[in-house]
Design a protein around this ligand. Structure first.
Ligand SMILES: NC(=O)c1ccc[n+]([C@@H]2O[C@H](COP(=O)([O-])OP(=O)(O)OC[C@H]3O[C@@H](n4cnc5c(N)ncnc54)[C@H](OP(=O)(O)O)[C@@H]3O)[C@@H](O)[C@H]2O)c1
Length: 262
């Protein structure tokens, strides 16, 4: 990928993306232009490595990529002063929720657009991101900028961002809520509440270590739940109590709200 890259917005997600770039060296700091109205630790770390941290496009031209990481309601006014600094074939990568690719393309004179919905674990190069692109060129630019930071999961249809957000961005909170419920159930069975919480949270870390092996979910479950055993009895009770409808209701509610906000 040639040319300089503009990161427009260095808040929670913008900083996480920047930290991921610095960690993985996916983009050389000397090619980064970071636009932020206020000072941010991640931007200062990038500046120390050679990035330009600016509040205006003065003296900057020929940008080949722009990553839109401002709030959805602000992107038009935030991007407007930067439009003359974009190369004619610049690609726009948006991480904003709820702003369609067509709206963005119309605002950047038809340049290629990709949308990504990353988790903030991009900072540790452990993220996951749904990806939709309006062209092969935009998909390639997204891969180059984010491929080392996150598992990029392509979406066939842009409207699937709502569902993808429910099962990735929102889901860590759902999983934490399950861990909390398990701890409460353990306490109800006589465990000290603090001990129950430590045990349940430790179980979550153990599950994450299994997940990190990349083994299929069914294999990870089978490894722990031998036929006729203790874990298998718990799993059967989970299913009988309505695990699948619970998951469906959770995802449906998140999708509904995402559509309302988008
Ligand atoms: N946070 C997440 O986990 C997450 C996940 C997926 C998608 N997103 C999307 O990512 C975007 C950013 O979310 P966020 O949580 O990072 O919000 P945030 O923390 O509020 O960050 C937005 C940043 O935009 C900056 N900004 C405002 N006007 C600007 C301008 N004219 N030029 C450059 N920067 C400007 C703000 O600067 P100041 O701090 O100086 O005001 C702020 O730091 C949103 O569109 C959201 O939908 C976020």
């Amino acid at each position: 990928m040639a040319g300089d890259v503009l990161l427009l917005g260095c808040g929670r997600l913008g900083s996480a993306i920047l930290e991921g770039w610095l960690l993985t060296e996916a983009l050389p700091p000397a090619r980064l232009v970071i636009a932020t109205p206020s000072s941010k630790p991640a931007a200062e770390a990038a500046r120390a490595l050679g990035a330009r941290v600016v509040t205006s496009p003065e003296g900057i031209e020929g940008l080949s990529r722009v990553v839109l990481a401002v709030k959805p309601g602000l992107w038009r006014q935030a991007l407007a002063p930067w439009l003359p600094a974009l190369a004619p074939d610049a690609v726009v990568l948006s991480v904003m929720a709820g702003v369609s690719g067509a709206d963005i393309a119309a605002g950047v004179e038809g340049r290629p657009v990709a949308r990504l919905m990353p988790t903030t674990a991009v900072a540790q190069a452990q993220g996951v991101a749904a990806l939709w692109a309006d062209s092969l060129e935009a998909a390639a630019a997204a891969q180059a900028a984010f491929g080392r930071l996150a598992d990029l999961v392509p979406l066939a249809d842009e409207t699937l961002f709502h569902a993808a957000t429910a099962v990735s961005g929102c889901a860590p909170a759902f999983i934490h809520a399950l861990v909390e419920a398990l701890a409460e159930a353990g306490a109800a069975e006589g465990l000290d509440p603090d001990a129950a919480a430590r045990l349940a949270r430790g179980a979550l870390r153990s599950a994450a270590a299994g997940e990190a092996t990349g083994a299929p979910l069914a294999a990870l479950i089978d490894r722990i739940a031998s036929p006729g055993g203790v874990t298998r009895a718990g799993l059967e009770a989970m299913r009988e109590a309505g695990l699948a409808p619970l998951a469906a209701a959770t995802v449906e509610a998140a999708i509904r709200r995402s559509r309302e906000l988008g």
